[in-house]
Design a protein. Structure first.
Length: 229
């Protein structure tokens, strides 16, 4: 299986080096691609120093645009699977070899969920409430139980890569991409993973952004449900 591990990065110079070192030690047989979303720090130089492929975007596209760049790279380079991994050190790459076999069981997407076994970092109380709301929303409208719809730790097969190459949400894409996948009849499964706290810095999504995120995604899911009915 030809596998690409894709990591979108924006101002993660203090984290990305350790992430890549751990990744290369844990998963030596897979290709790695960094999508540098026009960082203003030394993320690009740190990534290049680790000898991995790096795409430096000429302008800041946001997480959705950066991720879609990775899907397009995987699609046009004929990869069998794409692994989504964050550049902040929260995702443990040792789980990748547990997620990839799920694709061979007939699923198109495997999501790493921190909420199945509830081990490791569980996020803040307010974010857990928002995630719980999104879980209920997706289950109500699409009859699918995804315990961690905001998880960015995912593995996608060729069908999912093709879909997301041409159809991927831009702002806060994780919950919306689940809805897109369901509407295109892709099969999704979660497995339990243990996540860690961000190693350095802070999330680009602040408290006010979290409210906007929840309202926007809620509206998008409701519109998708109405369009589907």
């Amino acid at each position: 299986m030809k596998v690409l591990i894709c990591i979108p990065v924006y101002n993660e110079e203090n984290n990305i080096g350790a992430v890549l070192d751990e990744l290369k030690a844990t998963c030596p047989g897979y290709d790695i691609l960094i999508i540098d979303d026009c960082s203003t720090d030394n993320s690009y130089a740190v990534s290049r120093s680790r000898g991995v492929s790096v795409i430096k975007l000429p302008s800041n596209l946001g997480i959705g645009g950066a991720r879609q760049t990775g899907f397009r790279y995987a699609y046009y380079n004929n990869y069998d699977a794409l692994v989504q991994l964050d550049g902040d050190g929260q995702h443990d790459p040792s789980y990748i070899d547990h997620m990839l076999p799920v694709l061979q069981q007939g699923y198109n997407i495997c999501i790493g969920s921190r909420f199945i076994d509830r081990n490791g970092f569980q996020s803040s109380f307010m974010r857990r409430m928002g995630i719980s709301f999104l879980y209920t929303l997706i289950k109500t409208f699409f009859k699918l139980s995804i315990s961690d719809p905001t998880s960015g730790f995912r593995v996608c097969d060729k069908d999912a890569i093709r879909l997301f190459t041409f159809n991927y949400p831009q702002d806060y894409p994780e919950p919306e991409s689940i809805v897109i996948a369901v509407r295109h009849r892709l099969r999704i499964r979660e497995i339990p993973v243990k996540m860690k706290k961000r190693q350095s810095g802070k999330s680009s999504i602040g408290k006010s952004d979290s409210v906007y995120f929840l309202l926007k995604v809620t509206l998008a899911i409701i519109i998708d449900a109405m369009t589907d009915s």
